[in-house]
Design a protein around this ligand. Structure first.
Ligand code: ADP
Ligand code: MG
Length: 323
């Protein structure tokens, strides 16, 4: 009798275990967020996949509401309206991100500079609009990361009127990193999360690496390189993301703070490293610095590597990838 009962219990246990492994599968979802296309893929043993996707989307939207320049109630918009008049207290989260942005500015001697927006707001790539010469000269003087004063108590002040900031070079990677923390907290071990050019990989693809393609900068459907990666972040910036061409000149969305104009020399930069906020900011930075100075900078940052595609279609790898 006892034996029989035990048998039933173990049979029951076996069924439960079978049911769990049987429902584990890859879940995939594409969605639109932060003005770009996003994609999530993860291996989940439970029925909680829909809930995880909802939470991830909500996290992106929360950050959008905080940092979008297109939402007038966002903290970023409030700063742009008011911080030149008086110090504005912001959330701890935005304050910390502004600090991170400043660190990258200091590291790159101002190549990365969120006040690029002072002139950046005069570009509209979809409408093919750019500042005219006098606007360029006028607005360029407001581009200086040191004008963003990070005061005590999470207060921020702009040193002069005319200064505008935009976090387009760092916010997407930051959001990807945050959203991946939600996925990891749900006990997921294998996941990929991408928003625009910023990807975070959690674990591997169940026994094999994830394969991440770097787009060919001039042929949409092609890859210039494919990298086997796991447990890391990779960001790519390209001059093909947002741009228009006028009289043979490509006006794209990465601006040199010194000139207020689109950078030349590189078509694409990818950075690989642990943190997606950092890989995102670094791609923009290296794009501005160009191949030579950009390579020098990335070689100084431990555990971060880069792939540059120069205007002559040549690939250049930092030393950690070049073996
Ligand atoms: P995306 O993934 O949107 O293509 P990137 O990582 O390539 O983003 O960064 C480009 C964005 O960074 C631009 O759209 C703009 O918002 C912002 N940006 C442009 N130039 C600079 C700069 N010199 N410093 C900081 N941010 C910049
Ligand atoms: Mg970037």
């Amino acid at each position: 009798m006892r034996f029989f009962a035990f048998g039933r219990i173990s049979l029951y246990l076996a069924l439960v275990l079978f049911a769990q492994t049987a429902t584990a599968q890859w879940h995939r979802q594409a969605f639109h967020t932060l003005g770009t296309q996003a994609y999530i893929e993860f291996w989940s043993p439970d029925a909680n996949a829909a809930e995880i996707i909802t939470q991830v989307q909500a996290e992106f939207e929360r950050i959008n509401q905080l940092m979008s320049p297109y939402i007038s109630s966002s903290e970023l918009s409030i700063l742009n309206r008011e911080a030149a008049n008086s110090a504005v207290q912001v959330s701890d989260e935005l304050y910390q991100l502004l600090r991170q942005a400043r660190q990258v500015s200091e590291l790159s001697n101002g190549a990365f500079d969120i006040t690029f927006a002072s002139v950046g707001f005069y570009y509209d790539y979809r409408a093919g609009k750019k500042p005219d010469r006098s606007q360029l000269l006028q607005q360029r003087q407001y581009v200086n990361y040191q004008s963003v004063q990070l005061l005590s108590d999470n207060k921020v002040r702009f040193a002069q009127p005319g200064v505008k900031i935009d976090l387009g070079g760092i916010a997407k990677g930051y959001a990807v990193e945050r959203a991946m923390k939600i996925i990891a907290a749900a006990d997921i071990k294998h996941a990929q999360l991408t928003a625009g050019g910023d990807s975070r990989l959690l674990g591997d693809k169940r026994g094999k690496p994830w394969l991440v393609g770097i787009r060919h900068p001039r042929q949409d459907a092609k890859y210039a390189a494919t990298l086997p990666l796991q447990d890391t972040a990779i960001s790519t910036s390209g001059d093909y993301e947002r741009y228009f061409i006028e009289e043979g000149v490509r006006y794209h969305h990465i601006l040199d703070p010194k000139t207020g104009q689109s950078t030349t020399g590189l078509m694409s930069v990818s950075v690989i490293g642990a943190d997606t906020g950092r890989t995102d900011a670094l791609t923009t930075t290296l794009f501005v610095l160009g191949l030579q100075q950009g390579m020098q900078l990335i070689e100084q940052i431990p555990d971060y590597e880069a792939i540059f595609i120069s205007a002559d279609h040549t690939l250049h790898f930092s030393s950690g990838l070049a073996q």
